[in-house]
Unconditional design. Structure first.
Length: 324
């Protein structure tokens, strides 16, 4: 069975999942159906928009199912009647009840964007950068009833460097995950026999990103703020108030660690290299930012147009509390 083409169901929703679906479409395996989240309102017009996975599935002529939940008997029966060997799950967004986990002959596999058990949960990419991890990766996991707790079938790792953002890491991990998934499916029963149990003592929960987390507290260390800027790019994007303007901070670097007398949040330098802000410890240099109603621009472009806003001595503050 494991060395023969498999009958697959794919479940996924965002762009991250599409590379994996595309790899399966181009493989020897037979895709029976694709499950994805229901269409959601998006854009300024709030029109219903199909998920990236649905769009690719439709283009490829695959049947698409979009249940609101898989807890209902009819939905579970419909999935079971597809008689799949494996259900492959990549960032689907719905809980799989035990009846669904048990339906495929060889169970359900999950492609998880972390070196489990390091980051379990919704936002492993962002939390790894935010925490200052030096590496992360992909884990192919045999799913069980827990939250990312199943046996690990295979892993692949990549470094996290000083320029890594959530956007760049997302793309790297998606590229890493697709071939690893095909490798596992190519000899699945052998990988399942060698499955490695997770050490729950090493697990950390990667909670969903909340927009308020992007509100910069300049009293924090510059190294931490640098990681936050990278972790929250492209969503929700770090921001800070400068007067009445909510300024989005897309890119920044640590400028130094020398103590300065100015209060945290104070602009201490602004030139073509960037806008340097004093922090609780060290300084952060903003190199790409966005003013209200504008688009993201380099610091030099912003200073050429609105340099008076960023004169040394001006002070950023938090939207939540008004603190510097």
């Amino acid at each position: 069975m494991s060395n023969s083409p498999l009958r697959l169901i794919f479940a996924g929703t965002p762009e991250f999942a599409t590379l994996h679906l595309k790899a399966l479409i181009d493989s020897e395996h037979q895709l029976l159906a694709v499950y994805t989240q229901p269409d959601r309102p998006a854009g300024r017009g709030k029109k219903l928009q199909a998920s990236p996975v649905k769009q690719l599935a439709r283009e490829s002529g695959l049947p698409v199912y979009q249940p609101v939940s898989l807890r209902d008997g009819p939905e579970q029966q419909q999935l079971a009647e597809l008689a799949a060997d494996v259900l492959v799950v990549v960032a689907y967004g719905l809980i799989l009840p035990q009846a669904v986990l048990d339906a495929p002959l060889l169970g359900c596999l999950n492609v998880h964007a972390s070196l489990l058990p390091r980051w379990r949960g919704a936002a492993p990419i962002q939390r790894a950068i935010e925490a200052g991890d030096h590496e992360t990766g992909i884990t192919i996991m045999q799913m069980d009833a827990g939250l990312d707790t199943g046996g690990m079938l295979a892993t692949a790792s990549i470094p996290i460097v000083g320029s890594t953002t959530a956007a760049s890491l997302h793309d790297e991990l998606a590229t890493l995950g697709a071939p690893l998934l095909l490798q596992v499916l190519g000899d699945l029963t052998a990988y399942q026999h060698r499955a490695c149990k997770q050490d729950n003592e090493l697990a950390t929960y990667a909670s969903k990103i909340q927009k308020h987390e992007a509100d910069i507290d300049w009293r924090q260390d510059a190294q931490l703020l640098d990681r936050n800027v990278r972790a929250f790019n492209p969503f929700p994007v770090c921001f800070s108030m400068l007067g009445n303007d909510r300024v989005k901070i897309w890119e920044a670097t640590v400028a130094g660690s020398v103590a300065m007398p100015e209060a945290p949040g104070t602009i201490v330098q602004a030139d073509r290299k960037g806008i340097v802000i004093n922090c609780g410890s060290g300084q952060l240099c903003i190199t790409r930012l966005q003013l209200p109603g504008g688009k993201p621009l380099s610091a030099q472009q912003i200073l050429n147009a609105r340099g008076e806003l960023f004169a040394p001595g001006q002070q950023f503050s938090s939207l939540a509390t008004g603190r510097s």
